[in-house]
Design a protein around this ligand. Structure first.
Ligand code: DHB
Ligand code: FE
Length: 284
């Protein structure tokens, strides 16, 4: 049974789900295409590529290998994974550069809007006997001037103890380890969950092939994904990591920032660990 589940968690399956999820999000958002901007960005991207070809004397064999690989990324549905691992961190850096509040980082390909809503103290949905160290994640949502934000909403989603995300790997309940917690009138929230395992980029697809060919590793450190919002304030999309965890220092997605590393402590009179982390939101 376990073997069957592991076997079915393929790059093609999670890639197809991530591609479909992105398409459904894209349909509801406007994308503007300013001719001058497209001209500038695409021309510079092409010029940078030509420069690499000339400097490294790229051969026809290498050019054909690239062509075959690019075709395969599309067939595997792995464009969302590729872009979010190797490009998104730079886009996020630019997007967040003038913010004074809490740091954000990449969203990644596995966010699903509309997770079940809970009151200010909640447990994320889990299976009976969900594996992993219990974690109490609590804090307060405030404005930059320190005012507690009533009406704040904390959405959390993360991988399970096998590094798998619900709705992108088979055999997991639909909303496993995904929830939307409405903070109390003072912006306080308490979320009970389990600590996720490190996440490995699927090794059996085209991104896995690239990683192997380049002699890289395929790992992201264990992380909690969050979106934190409050009326009149800028939403932040972020991730939190665990001090001393594997790959905190060499995340393949380059999404770790020092401000995003948690140091949970053992729960005094219970099981597992707990940590307090406050979010500070900039005005909209
Ligand atoms: C990818 C997966 C993640 O869980 C994440 O947070 C970022 C990127 C990926 O496979 O592209
Ligand atoms: Fe992730």
């Amino acid at each position: 049974m376990t073997d069957l589940i592991t076997e079915q968690a393929t790059a093609a399956a999670s890639g197809a789900a991530a591609t479909e999820q992105f398409r459904s999000k894209q349909r509801t958002e406007n994308t503007s295409a300013d001719t001058e901007r497209v001209d500038t960005l695409v021309s510079e991207l092409l010029a940078a590529t030509h420069d690499i070809v000339r400097r490294h004397k790229v051969t026809y064999a290498e050019y054909d290998a690239l062509k075959a690989w690019l075709i395969q990324v599309g067939e595997d549905g792995e464009w969302p994974l590729f872009l979010d691992v190797w490009i998104e961190h730079a886009v996020e850096e630019v997007a967040g550069e003038s913010r004074k509040g809490s740091k954000g980082t990449i969203e990644g390909p596995y966010y699903i809007p509309g997770s079940p809503r809970f009151a200010a103290e909640a447990s994320l949905p889990t299976r009976d006997g969900e594996q992993g160290t219990p974690l109490l994640f609590q804090g307060q949502v405030r404005a930059v001037d320190g005012t507690p934000l009533s009406g704040a909403v904390v959405e959390m989603w993360h991988a399970d103890n096998d590094g798998l995300y619900s709705q992108f790997a088979p055999g997991l309940p639909e909303w496993n380890l995904r929830g939307t917690v409405v903070a109390d009138a003072r912006g306080n929230f308490k979320i009970h969950t389990i600590e996720p395992a490190p996440y490995q980029i699927p090794t059996d697809g085209s991104c896995g092939k690239l990683i192997e060919a380049a002699g890289w590793h395929a790992w992201r450190p264990a992380h909690l994904h969050l979106k934190v919002a409050a009326p009149g304030h800028q939403l932040i999309t972020t991730q939190l990591y665990f001090q001393g965890g594997e790959h905190v220092g060499d995340d393949i997605a380059t999404a770790v920032k020092p401000e995003l590393i948690l140091a949970p402590t053992p729960v005094a009179d219970g099981q597992g660990r707990e940590v307090t982390y406050d979010f500070v939101l900039d005005k909209a």
